[in-house]
Design a protein around this ligand. Structure first.
Ligand code: SF4
Length: 419
């Protein structure tokens, strides 16, 4: 692989990103979810065209790894032939349970479609930085406060509030608007970002520009308590939802095929992709939800929010990724089975190399592979320990046990705040 690895690129099916294990393509489905048959199909395509590893990201997007330039084209053709509608252009993430969650205000999915169409009409997706993203949060049982975004539209009983990310890590929020007005102002802000150049983000907008679009704005909206996806949900029309997470955000195609097969047996209607590396299985009644949850647990998926695997963010690592110096997933699995993670207040990050593809916004400590072993870093990225490659899991565990339970979570979010 000769193309450089880019930390700030954003992969799509049309423009997959080079990684240490080949090209990576991110798929966001226009409908927001996949039937069990289509989940099985996507898993089979990942096996046929990639290295058979699939990820559901922290934002709730599906990623296929290990593609080549030629196989990425064949994947794209097969996805189109199967009639799977893939969203292209600027990332717009809407609430996972749009249209199903009775507590979700507004219609986030419809607004996402309208916004995407407006950006396409104005050619803005091509002019915006690939990393620019929009979140459309209808609230309800799964809020999206933990999903970073340049522009955020947040629904309430009275309408929509448009928020803009600022360089101090806070956000500027305008007054509550009706849907059409909120849409227009979000487009105006995105046009202003595009006007600053191909690498600009919302945080680069001058305050004067933000106030010209939003009028008087307030700062620092207090995040709501984020609903977490590993739960059961009572949904509209007598439906139920149950959250299932991929262990460390990644699973082989065989596991997802088996999950799809179990879902067919239990009458699951669709899977929605949710922030937090999760799928929400949607079914009629609560019986099927319970059965698919049990099946997922048997297949090795995570179904309990307290599972220690939920506390460790991991990249593909060696041997799947040629850039990896440590087997990040094996290290993480050993850590999850040990005592240190159970006792630790904060989350951990295990990275196969210094690129830190899977770095979470908040973490207490990171283990980062390097040629001669692995460095242990604190939340600010300072190396405060070292272990050899063979001793990576046991050495990191010893370090954590010695540190005790009161680790401070910081990391990138804190750095971005300048604190
Ligand atoms: S961080 Fe992990 S997945 Fe990313 S290039 Fe390094 S080893 Fe590969």
């Amino acid at each position: 692989m000769n193309a450089p690895l880019r930390r700030n690129a954003c992969p799509s099916l049309a423009a997959p990103m080079p990684t240490g294990d080949g090209l990576l393509a991110r798929l966001s489905f226009v409908s927001g979810g996949l039937s069990p048959d289509n989940l099985a199909l996507v898993a089979a395509l990942a096996e046929r065209h990639g290295n058979g590893l699939l990820e559901v990201t922290r934002r709730g997007s599906l990623q296929i790894r290990g593609l080549t330039a030629a196989s990425a084209e064949r994947l794209s053709a097969d996805v189109a032939a199967a009639g799977l509608d893939i969203r292209t252009g600027t990332a717009i993430d809407a609430s996972a349970l749009s249209g199903l969650d009775p507590a979700c205000a507004g219609d986030p999915r419809r607004l996402a479609e309208r916004l995407g169409a407006a950006l396409d009409r104005q050619g803005l997706s091509l002019r915006l930085a690939p990393k620019v993203s929009v979140v459309i949060d209808g609230g309800g049982c799964l809020t999206m406060d933990e999903v970073l975004a340049d522009i955020r539209l947040v629904a309430s009983a009275n309408g929509w509030t448009v928020e803009v990310a600022r360089c101090d890590g806070q956000s500027s929020a305008g007054r509550v608007l009706d849907e059409a007005e909120a849409l227009g102002r979000a487009v105006a802000l995105l046009r202003a970002i595009a006007g600053l150049g191909r690498t600009a983000r919302a945080k680069n907008l001058p305050d004067a520009c933000v106030s010209a679009v939003l009028g008087n704005f307030s700062r620092n909206r207090r995040p709501r308590a984020a609903g977490q996806p590993l739960d059961t949900f009572e949904l509209r029309g007598g439906r139920s939802g149950v959250g299932i997470a991929l262990p460390f955000g990644m699973a082989p195609s065989s596991s997802l095929s088996a999950l799809a097969s179990a879902a067919r047996d239990e009458g699951i209607e669709e899977f929605r992709f949710a922030p937090g590396n999760a799928l929400i299985a949607i079914c009629r009644g609560s019986n099927g939800a319970r059965k698919i949850r049990d099946a997922a647990e048997r297949l090795g998926f995570v179904t309990d929010a307290g599972d220690p695997r939920r506390r460790i963010a991991v990249c593909a690592g060696a041997p799947a990724c040629a850039s990896g110096h440590v087997d990040a997933r094996e290290v993480a699995a050993k850590l999850a089975a040990g005592d240190a993670v159970k006792n630790l207040a904060g989350r951990l990050h295990v990275s196969g190399c210094a690129k830190k593809c899977a770095e979470p916004s908040l973490f207490a400590y990171a283990l980062v592979g390097r040629r001669d072993g692995a460095g242990i870093e604190d939340a600010g990225g300072r190396e405060i320990g070292f272990v050899t490659g063979e001793d990576a899991a046991a050495g990191f565990e010893r370090f954590l046990l010695a540190r005790g339970v009161d680790a401070d979570e910081g990391g990138r979010a804190r750095l971005e705040n300048g604190t």
